[in-house]
Write a protein that binds this ligand. Sequence first.
Ligand SMILES: NC(=O)c1ccc[n+]([C@@H]2O[C@H](COP(=O)([O-])OP(=O)(O)OC[C@H]3O[C@@H](n4cnc5c(N)ncnc54)[C@H](O)[C@@H]3O)[C@@H](O)[C@H]2O)c1
Ligand SMILES: [Zn+2]
Ligand SMILES: [Zn+2]
Length: 369
Amino acid sequence: MRTRSAVLWNTGDKWSVEELEASDPAAGEVTVRIRATGLCHSDDHNVTGDFSAPLPVVGGHEGAGEVVAVGAGVDRFSVGDRVITFPMPSCGRCRFCSKGRSWLCDLSARTMSATGANDRFRFHKGDTGIGAFTQLGTFSEYTTVSEAQVFALPDDIPYTAAALVGCGFSTGYGAAVRAGRVEPGDNVVVVGVGGVGMAAVQGARIAGAASVLAVDPVQFKLDEAVRFGATHTARSIEEAEPILRELSWGVMSEVVIVAVGIMHGDLLGPIADLVGKGGKMVMTSVTPLSETTVSLMLSPFAMSGKSLVGNLAGFTNPVADFDEMWRLHRRGHVRLEEMITKTYTLDEINQGYGDMHAGNNVRGVVVFD
Ligand SMILES: NC(=O)c1ccc[n+]([C@@H]2O[C@H](COP(=O)([O-])OP(=O)(O)OC[C@H]3O[C@@H](n4cnc5c(N)ncnc54)[C@H](O)[C@@H]3O)[C@@H](O)[C@H]2O)c1
Ligand SMILES: [Zn+2]
Ligand SMILES: [Zn+2]
């Protein structure tokens, strides 16, 4: 099937919008006509080289659209179904899925590979095979994906809002509600309030946090964070420390969520100082693969019973947890539309990422006709 898609050919390039051929659906796959896709920072890590998806790759993983073709044996979806994509597959059969931890599904072993489970490239340009980031490639009019990576989208949720749930919203909301297990009365800190962090602010509010301290160098993000439920703001980790000390009566934070655009090892120690006795740091951000050291005084960390939790996709079990988010959205608790600062056409995708780097967007979204 002919499609226009945004491809990254080499590290450091811009996204190149070109005509490609999307694969027809093999057994267990569906072809989705993408209607909206969010500009998550994770795609950009391939541009900067902080991630290592094999290139060339069609970017995009935070998508929503309509099923237009189904392969043999697909029984979860039919042509015409509205769906969202999700980077983590959910087979429902492996050890992790069957224990209710489907974000760790065994099928995700292929997530960062050039080809899907059937060894096929998802896109071609002439004879050249082109991969799909996280086997999704939603920066594309059409993409063919495993049925284990798409999930039903109710009719009343617009595609633009739904796309955010396909990665950033679920990851941030889940950082607070699931990975961090925020409890009523907690003092929560969110370091970095872009798309993911703003969802973490919402998750903390919904979970009943007494205070939510948003930390970001960009004033616009802090102003937005207050709209989404932050009770306090700070421009840096250093500025946050005395504010948190005062508001928590010296106890510091039960849950600190890290959602900065790029994490560096030297930030770990100062962030760990915001965590109180028995508290958790929820590490959501990506650190460049070239960085292998962190700066942290381990003894006080251990002797205060603190923990560091790696957060993958907000510990989301898509089948059950997306339904939770749609219900909360219908009642106005989960705010999705408000997180979309600006929409773009596919041809404007590099402008969208420019705006992300400039700090202009909570989330930019590419909308297809
Ligand atoms: N773990 C997962 O499953 C998962 C899923 C999605 C995204 N991510 C990662 O989460 C991170 C955030 O993604 P995003 O899409 O929200 O990015 P974003 O660029 O929209 O937001 C990042 C925010 O961090 C702020 N920031 C940068 N340096 C900071 C610092 N030192 N202190 C405080 N704030 C700082 C920026 O101003 C910005 O507002 C990225 O690293 C992304 O790759 C991880
Ligand atoms: Zn599984
Ligand atoms: Zn993402």
